[in-house]
Design a protein around this ligand. Structure first.
Ligand code: CP3
Length: 336
């Protein structure tokens, strides 16, 4: 998930001096901002500071960061010609800053934490390229694109499919390069995938993720798939062949458990933003109790850390999870 965001004062201090796009493409800044949450909270994993829109940016789309909104493309993909004009990326040439940063992060972290690389899913990234959905809580735009397919001309459908296939190939080379640079696992963010029905997902998102996962399998590096509104898509997630399914907070872990697949998630980040540290500890402990004895569980939030989240609540979450590794929950002790 997004670890750094705007919650940390040390992140904001750097952001005051540097633009987001500059930060994305400067190895020293990537390393520093990636390490900030880890230095403070000592999570078990460090996710590299980057963005899912790096691929389309490097494929030739002009990307700008609009303060208060987020990253935006100056011009969206509208025609077949726009799709054709997208260039293939060579990670060593087009994003050396990211690979240099990953190699440096690997050295600094050594084996004291897992290093995570990531990319957006073809569907989620295509949604941004086609409709510019950014910060759309209802995820409506993603739905609109797919909804319009029913009436769309066949060639529109074909064009989007060509785009998805292009993105799939780019994602594969991009993630392979991150793996070569030393990441321990890669996360695929299909954040907006949940705006699709299970049937739509099987057509517009799952096949492309499946292709990415299959291409990465020989590397032996685990893959994690995140979908925010994942409740109706759990079977689809498993069928992509990923090693871990990462679910949003609306998805009961009880449902996810039935899939017999490694699970990551899913405390509601709003709890971290609004509750007291004691309440955070309690809710986190409840989540851990629910997943006790489940083989292959990664405690995490159900989405990224929200800006304005009190730092003591992030600390309360991490401490509760870490303590759980060494201490048995209270109930078990008493029952002995
Ligand atoms: O915290 C980290 O540094 C981890 C790296 C990371 C970022 N983006 C940096 C970032 C990761 C894993 C992402 C993924 C990402 N980016 C996703 C998928 C995950 C998710 O949250 O669903 C998406 C949809 C994006 C696109 C994006 N980037 C949006 C919509 C925004 C603006 C809204 C927001 O929440 O900030 C960003 C900006 C962004 N990406 C920030 C960071 C740290 C905040 C930048 C700032 O305001 O300084």
């Amino acid at each position: 998930m997004r670890q750094a965001g705007r919650a940390l004062p040390e992140y904001r201090a750097i952001r005051e001096k540097h633009g987001f796009m500059e930060m994305l493409s400067t190895p020293e800044l990537i390393v520093e901002v990636s390490l900030q949450p880890w230095r403070r909270f000592k999570m078990d994993a460090v996710i590299v500071f980057s963005d899912i829109l790096l691929i389309p940016w490097k494929m030739g789309m002009d990307l700008k960061f609009i303060e208060g909104q987020g990253p935006k493309f100056s011009k969206l993909i509208e025609t077949e010609k726009d799709v054709e004009s997208l260039q293939s990326i060579t990670p060593e040439k087009d994003c050396p800053f990211l690979l240099t940063a990953l190699r440096q992060l690997r050295k600094e972290i050594r084996n004291n934490a897992a290093l995570l690389g990531f990319a957006g899913s073809p569907w989620t990234v295509a949604s941004y390229m086609l409709s510019g959905v950014i910060l759309s809580p209802e995820l409506v735009e993603g739905r609109r694109i797919s909804g319009s397919f029913a009436d769309a001309q066949d060639d529109t459908v074909d064009t989007v499919k060509i785009l998805l296939e292009k993105l799939t190939q780019q994602t594969i080379v991009y993630l392979k390069a991150q793996i070569e640079a030393g990441v321990d696992a890669v996360q695929i963010f299909d954040s907006w995938g949940g705006s699709l029905s299970a049937e739509e997902y099987a057509v517009w998102s799952a096949p492309y993720i499946k292709e990415v996962v299959a291409a990465l399998k020989p590397t032996g590096v685990p893959t994690i798939l995140y979908i925010k509104d994942s409740r109706h898509l759990l079977d689809q997630m498993v069928s992509t062949g990923v090693d871990v399914i990462s679910v949003g907070w609306e998805t009961p872990l009880e449902l996810a458990r039935k899939k017999r697949c490694a699970i990551q998630g899913n405390l509601d980040p709003h709890i971290l933003m609004q509750a007291t540290p004691d309440e955070v500890r309690e809710k986190t402990q409840n989540m851990l109790n629910e997943m006790k004895n489940y083989p292959g569980y990664i405690a995490n939030l159900g989405h990224g850390v929200l800006p304005k989240t009190p730092l003591e609540n992030i600390a309360a979450f991490v401490e509760t999870v870490k303590r759980c590794h060494c201490e048995e929950p209270q109930a078990t002790k008493q029952s002995k």
